[in-house]
Design a binder for this molecule. Structure first.
Ligand code: PLP
Length: 394
């Protein structure tokens, strides 16, 4: 009676959430665990956003909105695209969703037929392959090599395209590596996509978190042709520290957006009304809090990066964005007597009491992901514990 549908039988739970849950459980037993698994900023949402959301409720805006998002919010998102990317979208080319994750989910549902292929570069955000599979698609995994800063090359992309390829996912800045595709790299990848006629899904959720004087480029801003072939995914979770508000969006081809909006009308009805009002304030109000959070992340990154690299057997490329470090720790695992980085990660949690995410969940067996969306004190203590663990066991 309770046999589950085939479509969910192979669904794996998010590794990130599994480790975080185990760390929480250890904490509740009174064990002093430091969690570096967080995928969300450790700041509260800026005050003016909370105030705007509260006021919208007291003014009576507590009802359904159009499925694809309120006109006022679409205007705010259009303003954001014009300011940041000099891109002009029409309201009919935008859908507001319950987080960027839901924008991606809905997109694959309307885009993919059984067996359609989606190229997913490693290391990838954990939900991409699962979402593609849930829509009947086939993930085609292409390795972003460490020597190429964990990014794929245009040649690799070209070689992976088949007659069934529908789209490629680009995530810049990347979760988990923090790497950015430069304008030139995007141009070269874009050329392959135009030539082969494949769609680009450009996940830009970490756009506002870039460091070291780097700048974020959206592939959609490179040419009119690329804009037409790209669906941009973004949201306020990371930029405005609004993960719990669940607001994201997709921008691009009108017929794709229309299908997504129809699907949303039968699934979520609309993204939470109050959150939509908060997001209007996020985009139309003071942007200083966004910059202040970015500066705080950059300061932490600069302090902890060298310390992390000094751990024997750890080597890490310097991230240019997001809030993760993604060191290759295969040597450290070997030195300490573990066959796999997964086992090493488990021992770090159980013995060193530091929770990090094994790279296997991101398609990268040799790495671990550490989030620096936590206090400097906790970060320094965690790095000290990991260093001691590796030194004691070597
Ligand atoms: N895309 C990437 C690469 C992410 O890391 C995340 C969140 O962790 C999301 C999308 C989803 O963000 P949201 O909170 O808007 O659903």
């Amino acid at each position: 009676k309770f046999t589950l549908a085939d479509r969910v039988s192979a669904l794996t739970p998010s590794t990130t959430l599994a480790i975080t849950a185990k760390a929480k459980e250890m904490k509740s037993q009174g064990i002093d665990v430091i969690g570096l698994g967080a995928g969300e900023p450790d700041f509260n949402t800026p005050e003016h956003i909370i105030k705007a959301a509260y006021e919208s409720m007291t003014e009576g805006h507590t009802k359904y909105t159009p499925s694809g998002g309120m006109a006022k919010l679409k205007e705010a998102i259009i303003h954001k695209f014009e300011t940041d990317q000099h891109l002009t979208y029409k309201p009919s080319e935008l859908i507001v969703t319950s987080g960027a994750k839901h924008a991606l989910y809905t997109l694959f549902q309307v885009l993919l037929n059984e067996g359609d292929e989606v190229i997913i570069p490693t290391p990838y955000w954990v939900s991409y392959p699962e979402q593609v599979k849930l829509a009947g698609g086939t993930p085609v995994i292409v390795e972003g090599k460490e020597e190429n800063e964990y990014k794929i090359t245009p040649q690799q992309l070209e070689e992976s395209v088949t007659s069934k390829t529908k789209a490629v996912i680009l995530n810049t800045p990347s979760n988990p590596t923090g790497m950015l595709y430069s304008r030139e790299e995007l141009g070269a990848i874009g050329e392959v996509c135009l030539e082969k006629g494949i769609m680009i899904v450009s996940d830009e959720i970490y756009e506002k978190l870039v460091y070291g004087g780097n700048t974020h480029t959206s592939i959609a801003e490179l040419s009119k042709e690329l804009k037409e072939q790209t669906i941009v995914i973004n949201g306020v979770s990371k930029s405005h520290s609004m993960t719990g508000w669940r607001i994201g969006y997709a921008a691009g081809n009108e017929s794709v957006i229309k299908a997504m909006t129809n699907l949303a009308s039968h699934s979520t009805s609309n993204p939470t009304t109050t959150s939509q009002y908060g997001t209007v304030a996020a985009y139309m109000g003071d942007q200083m809090p966004v910059e202040e959070m970015r500066e705080a992340f950059e300061e932490r990154l600069n302090i902890v990066f060298d310390k992390l690299n000094r751990i024997p057997g750890f080597h890490c490329l310097k991230p240019q964005g997001a809030f993760y470090l993604f060191p290759n720790v295969s040597e450290a695992a070997k030195k300490t007597g573990y066959h796999t980085v997964d086992e090493f990660t488990k021992a770090l949690l159980e013995e060193a009491k530091v929770a990090v995410i094994p790279g296997s969940g991101f398609g990268s067996e040799n790495n671990i992901r550490l989030s620096y969306a936590t206090s400097l004190d906790a970060l320094e203590e965690a790095i000290g514990r990991m260093q001691k663990f590796v030194e004691d066991k070597s």
